[in-house]
Design a protein around this ligand. Structure first.
Ligand code: ZN
Length: 81
């Protein structure tokens, strides 16, 4: 089982619109930063490796691009193209 990055002890579950730690200190939206193919496995990899595989994103002006979700030193989720 993959432990969440903030508290390190909760359980990550899939909800309707997000994946979140049961201790409510870590949430990844299913369309985080416009991600279009983020899945549960990606979130588990984000927790274990600090980054996802290369994902597809759609920007606010409808441009498609590839990038990754990364957990930075402040334990925030950021997107790198
Ligand atoms: Zn947690």
């Amino acid at each position: 089982m993959q432990l969440p990055p903030i508290c390190g002890e909760g359980v990550i579950k899939s909800w309707e619109k997000c994946y979140a730690c049961s201790n409510k200190d870590f949430t990844v939206w299913k369309n985080q930063s416009g991600a279009t193919n983020l899945n549960f496995k990606d979130v588990l990899k984000l927790c274990s490796d600090g980054e996802t595989r290369t994902l597809n994103f759609k920007s606010k002006d409808n441009k498609l691009y590839k990038g990754k979700l990364v957990i930075n030193d402040e334990k925030q989720i950021v997107t790198i193209a």
